[in-house]
Design a binder for this molecule. Structure first.
Ligand SMILES: [Zn+2]
Length: 302
């Protein structure tokens, strides 16, 4: 049997001659362990550095976000301060304009010989001229009605319609070319003239300042014939008809020839003003041509 066979053998012994010396094995083991240990330490060190870098990056991002928030808050503070300053300036300018107006000064700083502000612009005989402006400057009538697409205050509109019909029946046709103009509308008109003429003084000769135009009363109308508007209107038969009959409908020629120093305006044959039938007839009877003279109210230039 195999086992018996083996029993007879002398057991072999390991000898230093046939195997590596123990010292070498131990050395190799130690070297391997040291290498592994070194590798592990290097890895741990790398991980630690990597983690630190990431942490630093995260912190930097947080600081950047914080800086942004601080900068935004600072900018908002500056913007708010600017807005408050602009609002304060606007309020001061409005106060100053109101103070000047109540002191009889024009909003542009020039001083009138009389108080500018007309506080009841709704009366039919109200005088709005270069020394009498609306108060508030942007006053608007509340009873506007249309005549051929142009707006006038209700009573004036009815009377203009009747006058146009009567003239037409007499073969003297005319129609409105301009009637009520709002304050905002006059601002645009006046500024256009300032731009065209290059100065306020030059613009004043052809256009009323905003808040000083009789067209804002809703009682003034510019008339034209089919062949003629503005300057040439004085030469028309329609104008002659108006001079004779307009008072019967409550209208007067507002800026007659030769009275510029009283009205403040060069002659405007086309510009007619409603003041009510009784007053218009009374003025005609007394031979008084201007509202300023009739009511004893100062007029003329600004
Ligand atoms: Zn006019």
């Amino acid at each position: 049997m195999v086992r018996t066979k083996h029993h007879n053998r002398t057991p072999k012994r390991y000898t230093s001659r046939r195997h590596p010396p123990r010292l070498l094995v131990t050395g190799l083991l130690l070297l391997t362990a040291a290498t592994l240990c070194g590798l592990f330490l290097s890895y741990a060190n790398w991980r630690q550095l990597s983690d630190e870098r990431q942490l630093k990056q995260e912190q930097a991002a947080q600081f950047a976000a914080l800086d942004k928030r601080v900068a935004a808050a600072a900018q908002k503070k500056i913007d708010d301060a600017k807005k408050a300053e602009a609002a304060a300036k606007a309020a001061a300018a409005a106060d100053e304009a109101a103070r000047k107006q109540s002191a009889g000064q024009h909003p542009d700083g020039t001083v009138s010989s009389s108080i500018c502000a007309v506080t009841i612009p709704s009366t039919l005989t109200v005088v709005i001229n270069k020394k009498h402006c609306f108060s508030p400057l942007n006053w608007a009538p509340s009873d506007l009605a249309s005549v051929q697409g142009y707006l006038l205050r209700s009573e004036a509109a009815t009377q203009l319609g009747a006058m146009i019909n009567a003239a037409s029946a007499a073969g003297m046709g005319f129609s409105p070319s301009s009637a009520y103009r709002s304050y905002d509308n006059q601002v645009t008109t006046y500024n256009t003239w300032v731009a065209i003429n290059g100065s306020q003084a030059a613009a004043d000769t052809v256009s009323a300042r905003p808040g000083y135009s009789e067209h804002q009363t809703g009682l003034a109308v510019d008339l034209q014939t089919s062949g003629c508007a503005l300057e040439c209107f004085a030469g028309t038969a329609a104008y002659q008809w108006l001079k004779q009959y307009a008072s019967d409908y409550g209208f007067i020629e507002r800026y007659p020839v030769g009275l510029t120093s009283i009205t403040g305006y060069s002659p405007e044959a086309w510009h007619w003003r409603y003041i009510g039938v009784a007053t218009a007839r009374d003025m005609k009877t007394k031979g008084i041509q201007t509202l300023e003279e009739y009511l004893g109210i100062p007029g003329g230039d600004y």
